[in-house]
Design a protein around this ligand. Sequence first.
Ligand code: UDX
Length: 426
Amino acid sequence: MSNVAVIGAGYVGLTTAACLAHIGHNVTCADIDEDRISQLNNGEIPIHEARLPELVQEGLSNQALKFVVGAQRSITTSDFVFLCLPTPQGEDGRADIGAVLDVIEEIRQLVPPQTIIINKSTVPVGTIALIEAAIQREDVSIVSNPEFLREGVAVTDFLQPDRIVIGATSSEVGERVAALYDSIDAPIIAVDPASAETIKYATNSFLATKVSFVNGLAAVCEAVGADIESVTRGLGSDQRIGSRFLQPGPGWGGSCFPKDMQALVRIATDAGYEFDLLRAVIEANDQQFDRIVHKAELLLGEELAGKNLALLGLTFKAHTDDLRNSPALEVAKRLAAKGAKLTAYDPMITSPTELPDDIGVAATIEQAMTGSDLALILTEWPEFTRANWANLIDLMNAPRVVDARNVLDRKSMVELGYQYDDLGRI
Ligand code: UDX
């Protein structure tokens, strides 16, 4: 058991704090947001993460986890200090590490000797070296320990990771950090800090590339009369490729992929390499949004202007309430720009305040579909697969569905009388 401070109580910090407490450490989680801290001390969880409420409650009940306002109150009795701070995309595409540097400045003279500061925030390669210079403490170490947590399943990803990456200049320090994870069954990848920082960007960029590849492959399947699900079954069976992240969709989004892709392109350019492949992937993703819009135009057989469209799904993926950089919102923006009238239903989005003015919010699928000239499925909520499409057809002005997540059965939809389009299936 170690005394651990976690600075930042967002998606990553809260999950990290609750999971470290769950595996036996004594954790103090700090944030500057007083309201958030008082919510958390009352066991209220401001983010939608499976299993997180239970773990926070467990930590609060057995006093292995507590929440405080401000970094300084969390570090005085800690052997390890995790930095789980936002590093948003700056104007120029570079990651803005201001929050990380601010906290370092706040704590650098206060952390006890032999403290290990562990950075989990996604930061440009070389940031650990920058922090080491900034902190000016020979008796304090800085380590990179990037996270690979997917929203919606972050707790599972923390407790059952494929690997734990630790970037440390000293193997003894790296081993002390690795020992924090002793009760987690996963290989430790011990590398230097710059390599650990690069692994984070490489992972997200490769995953985004894989998604864009399968989206492009779906377009090829449509053109040659192949079936994308058969193709990805054959493709993914190759151990070198793997079957995950081969699901076609409206494009990738979220708070990480877009930011991390831009950041890696910028990091490479700053270092003298033009990563044109990633630039092409970013462009392909933007084109995927247009492909979905074009599918709606083709199915309507005429202009989108004045047409009533039902959008099923707004979040950037299912099992989250996160709208940040959502592909659904990007498609919606382009549909609205062509004059379509949009009514959306998403099980996690009930208030129009979170949405652009030109998207109406329906409380049910039925309400969204009533009077619609065409429906688009943009997020893979199980509710859309389970819906009674035999009844929904009667609510529409005309039975047209663009299934941009391939969640419905093409044959059944056609038999019900829908004009139906999806991505790369026969
Ligand atoms: C991602 C990484 O997976 C995670 O390891 C990292 O720590 C944070 O960024 P997340 O942003 O939660 O996690 O989303 P993810 O589940 O990776 O999906 C990213 C986007 O790709 C979503 O828009 C999703 O809909 C899309 N996607 C993913 C596909 O379109 N097809 C797929 O097969 C997988």
